[in-house]
Design a protein around this ligand. Structure first.
Ligand code: GCO
Length: 464
């Protein structure tokens, strides 16, 4: 009897250790054998890297960001502008070879709307053929595309009509999506309609660091609802292809109180997280937009066509913010970085635990949907942090997967250094360094590590 009960107890203890968050790899290490030294990811796990058109192509002169970059006094650090960026427009075969050298299974990139539709209703066949060729290059190496249709930039003609504040903006976007789907849809299975809509709305209408540079909470409502509607129209259009998977790349951040014993900071951190992280995702699940930030904004609207219009959850994860309360200052609440922790060149805290928390939260809220990490990376010009950043964040993904969370893939941001929006070219996010004079791409140590991880479909467990 005794022996039998012990045999039953051991697996229960092991499982409960896992479910109480003991890292599975610690248990694996205890039962050390050759295979347990590698954290093996699922066989069909999609190793990927991500980029965005305006940040790498160069010469995107016909969109709102190009105009924004040339406003004086400049809105961009060091008065820079995207200019030729990394000259990717002229180097697609070369850069696709870098993807193949890394061994990625998937490549997330964006199609620049202002190239495809330079004037309203005028579609550029040369531009669409350029992207058709890019898809052919990828197919040569068996790399699956994940195509982003809107990565922050809009055509100038669209911006001039009021951009996403214009009630007709969803239909304008749909015309573009229909054209791309008609020309390229049969070669693309996975789509991202919008990249980080809350960052685009926050930057464009609250902080003013993105075009159109408005600083008015009340002016966030129209763009929020129009982008959601635009997404739902695109979702329907793209699903004309039965195999299409359509989602959004959401920027999800951990928001904690600066002082965890300060109830006001805890309260506000929760409200900001709910607003920034979950408003959009919840709306695409329930059809109800519910945005509330105390003293700033309150907006609720039911739009039934939004309901259940995402096939996966795209997670862009970078860091954690801390919410500070100072009743004496004009702006009592501020969001700051945690300067007590290791951080990137942009002073973003390196916080891999946050990715695990986000994955658990997404899984709890959207159980049935697969998750793709659509961006994760670090500004690290010396490449002294990126390898450890990769390992620690992948270990958290590994743990989540081993606890039954359905993470299907990981896109590292980014393949190559690129134009980092209002920060200009200084932040270096690339696995490959770019010399902006010669446009030479040079693999960093971290690129070799990522290549090895992909080849092994897993990562080595380091002796502690
Ligand atoms: C974003 C975008 C990328 C950035 C990357 C680093 O999150 O702003 O998706 O374009 O370059 O995230 O900030």
């Amino acid at each position: 009897m005794k022996k039998k009960s012990i045999l039953i107890i051991i697996p229960i203890v092991l499982f409960s250790l896992c479910s109480y968050g003991v890292e599975l790899d610690l248990i694996k290490k205890k039962y050390n054998n050759e295979s347990s030294k590698i954290l093996h990811f699922p066989r069909n796990f999609k190793w990927c890297v991500a980029t965005a058109a305006h940040q790498i192509e160069g010469g995107n002169e016909n969109n709102d960001w190009w105009e924004w970059e040339h406003i004086r006094p400049s809105k961009i650090k060091n008065e820079e502008n995207s200019g030729l960026a990394t000259d990717h427009w002229n180097r697609v075969p070369e850069d696709t070879k870098l993807l193949n050298d890394l061994g990625v299974k998937q490549y997330r990139f964006s199609i620049e709307w202002s190239r495809i539709e330079p004037e309203e209703g005028v579609f550029n066949l040369e531009a669409i053929n350029h992207y058709k060729n890019e898809l052919n290059e990828l197919r040569k190496y068996g790399i699956a595309p994940m195509v982003t249709l809107h990565h922050f930039t809009s055509p100038l003609w669209f911006a001039k009509m009021g951009g996403w504040s214009n009630a007709d903006s969803p239909n304008k976007f749909l015309n573009f999506v229909k054209f791309v789907n008609q020309k390229l849809g049969k070669n693309i299975e996975q789509w991202i309609t919008f990249n980080e809509p809350m960052v685009m709305i926050g930057g464009g209408y609250v902080t003013g660091v993105f075009p159109p540079g408005i600083k008015d909470w009340n002016q966030t409502i129209l763009p929020l609802r129009n982008i959601l509607i635009a997404h739902s129209l695109a979702y329907k259009e793209l699903h004309k292809n039965k195999k299409a998977l359509v989602g959004i790349a959401h920027h999800l951040r951990i928001m904690d109180a600066y002082n965890k014993f300060n109830p006001i900071e805890c309260f506000m951190a929760k409200k900001l997280s709910l607003a920034f992280n979950w408003t959009f995702l919840n709306a695409l699940k329930t059809g109800k937009i519910s945005l509330y930030i105390p003293t700033k904004i309150e907006y609720v609207e039911e739009i039934p066509q939004l309901k259940d219009t995402q096939d996966f959850i795209g997670v862009n994860y970078y860091t954690r913010d801390l919410v500070k309360f100072n009743p004496l200052s004009k702006e009592p609440f501020t969001v700051v970085a945690n300067n007590k922790s290791p951080a990137s060149d942009l002073h973003w805290e390196i916080y891999p635990e946050g990715l695990y928390s986000i994955l658990k939260e997404v899984n709890k809220k959207f159980k049935k949907l697969p998750i793709y990490i659509t961006e994760n990376g670090i500004a690290d010009h010396s490449d002294s942090l990126r390898s450890n950043f990769l390992k620690t964040h992948l270990q958290k993904i590994y743990r989540a997967i081993n606890e039954g969370i359905n993470v299907q893939g990981y896109c590292h941001w980014s393949l190559i250094d690129n134009f980092e929006w209002a920060e200009g070219f200084t932040p270096r996010f690339g696995l490959y360094e770019v010399d902006y004079k010669s446009f030479k791409r040079t693999p960093r140590e971290s690129a070799l590590l990522y290549k090895e991880i992909i080849a092994k479909n897993g990562l080595f467990l380091e002796p502690k």
